[in-house]
Unconditional design. Structure first.
Length: 514
């Protein structure tokens, strides 16, 4: 068995290899946390979290294998531990900022993301055998060595996920990895001290200089990271950013050009102040007129209060329950002067009850019946949102619908995402509701589609517009239910379910062309 020089061997044995094992735990924790951050960033930048997380795990596992195998060629295990941790502190610490910048200035970062993940996995796989060699040379028995190293390597997953959750909520994706980089630096300092007998004076001096440089860079990143993100985000939007916030659920951006205020959630436009009335009038009024009773209304989504504004045009409305997952969106819509002017203070009307909860959970746990249900949710571009476009979801909507009630569902574009639109229509129908799809033109969105549904047969000719509107007029209604040839029903009759969430692929494939 190879043996360290006596000075170091005695030092390690005196500390009962605890510090080395502790270092391994930190290394494992940071490496796995980086994977979580990179997986989340790739999902945010590239979409389809199912694919991105699968690619993340695969790239990590494969590269860990290559890293472990490559460690056989290392001569100085102690020196390589220090070098590796310096590399991961810098590369990992700035990983999400680099990927975001790459996506802004170059384009799709899929290959670069996988490259970063692979490097991280390689270093983690590389590190574990290094620690094994060091502990083995210090006199650890092989059986105890493998058991302890394996245990603490995998135990790193527990603090890793805790770190990830709290850092994402606390400081976000970019500054979160910078804090992880500082944790990695602590391992470098510990390694320099622990392996001092095996490291040359020159190596220790250079390593300490690099530690100082990396710490300063990371501290600068933490100080100015938010400004850097703001600068990068300005490149993604055509107009000036006047508000931005990272809530617990999404990135909220407001842009402004002249009189045009736009809300973006995770980079996707939600409304333009210049034409939002077209969308919300078309969404709300057909269902409100069709319903046999509109005293109780349920709005799923619509945290901006704009659909609610249209609902309150009907004096019969006595109670509205608005369910929106993100209290930050509702809070913004309650306080921003332009948005409150647009929604006419509807969110503070005493008739409205706001529930900050996932719409699926609300329907699952609730028991109330509503004469009108408005489903004003973002497009189904990820798994969490696709769940809100499933047959199971619409079945629960039907169960909460009072007899003779009406449902209105925003259903993406029948032109830009034709198959996704008709899949939504088919899915609502598969839930046992009669459907009447319709469309209108919203300049900031383009051609947009909706699904009108009811538990009774829909007589479209009886729908009237009997309240004050800026856009929607009675003589427009018949044409809204007629689709031109290039928007007509797709031959694909796919129904979106929890087990087979086909809507994600249909939606993403469609929008790739635009």
């Amino acid at each position: 068995m190879p043996v360290l020089n006596h000075k170091m061997q005695n030092y390690i044995q005196k500390n009962n290899p605890t510090l080395i094992i502790f270092s391994l735990l930190i290394v494992s924790t940071c490496a796995m946390s980086y994977e979580y951050f990179l997986g989340a960033m790739s999902s945010y930048l590239l979409g389809d979290g199912r694919i991105q997380w699968a690619l993340t795990i695969t790239a990590m596992m494969v590269s860990m294998g290559f890293g472990g195998y490559s460690s056989r060629y290392v001569k100085s295990h102690e020196k390589m531990v220090v070098i590796n941790e310096l590399a991961i502190a810098f590369a990992g610490g700035f990983s999400t900022l680099f990927l975001y910048a790459f996506n802004v200035y170059i384009g799709s970062a899929q290959v670069v993301t996988l490259g970063y993940i692979s490097i991280n996995g390689f270093i983690l796989g590389f590190q574990v055998p290094l620690f094994m060699h060091i502990l083995r040379k210090a006199g650890e028995s092989f059986g105890d060595l493998v058991a302890r190293v394996t245990l603490f390597d995998f135990l790193g997953a527990v603090p890793a996920v805790i770190l990830y959750i709290y850092l994402v909520k606390g400081v976000g994706l970019v500054q979160g990895t910078m804090l992880l980089g500082l944790i990695n630096v602590s391992v470098v300092l510990l390694g320099i001290k622990l392996f001092e007998p095996e490291l040359s004076t020159r190596f220790r001096r250079v390593a300490k200089i690099l530690v100082v440089a990396i710490v300063l860079l990371l501290l600068l990143g933490l100080t100015f990271g938010e400004r850097a993100v703001m600068g990068l985000e300005r490149q993604l939007y055509n107009d000036r950013i006047v508000y931005q916030e990272q809530s617990d659920f999404q990135r909220i951006i407001l842009t402004k050009r002249g009189e045009d205020l736009r809300l973006f959630l995770n980079g996707n436009i939600q409304f333009s102040s210049l034409d939002e009335y077209r969308y919300h009038e078309a969404l709300v009024h057909p269902a409100m007129d069709l319903a046999a009773n509109r005293e109780k209304v349920l709005i799923l989504g619509g945290g901006d209060g704009l659909a609610l504004r249209e609902v309150f045009k009907y004096p019969e409305v006595k109670e509205v329950t608005l369910v929106d997952l993100d209290p930050a969106v509702v809070g913004l819509a309650r306080t921003h002067p332009v948005i409150t002017r647009l929604n006419r203070g509807s969110l503070d009307d005493p008739r409205v009850q706001i529930v900050n909860q996932d719409g699926y959970k609300f329907l699952e746990q609730g028991s109330g019946l509503y004469g009108v249900i408005i489903v004003d949710l973002p497009d189904p571009n990820n798994e969490a949102l696709a769940k809100l476009y499933t047959r199971e979801f619409y079945t629960m909507v039907r169960r909460h619908l009072a007899k003779g009630g009406a449902v209105a569902i925003q259903s993406t574009s029948p032109y830009y995402a034709n198959e996704a639109f008709w899949s939504i229509v088919n899915t609502v129908e598969a839930a046992g509701l009669d459907v009447a799809p319709y469309h209108t033109y919203v300049p900031s969105f383009g051609e947009w589609g909706f699904t009108l549904a009811s538990d009774t047969a829909i007589n479209k000719s009886r729908i009237k517009v009997e309240v004050s509107t800026r856009y929607l007029k009675q003589d427009m209604l018949p044409g809204m239910f007629v689709f031109p040839g290039d928007e007509s029903e797709s031959t694909n009759e796919a129904v979106n379910t929890l087990i087979h969430p086909v809507i994600i692929d249909l939606y993403q494939q469609a929008w790739e062309n635009w």
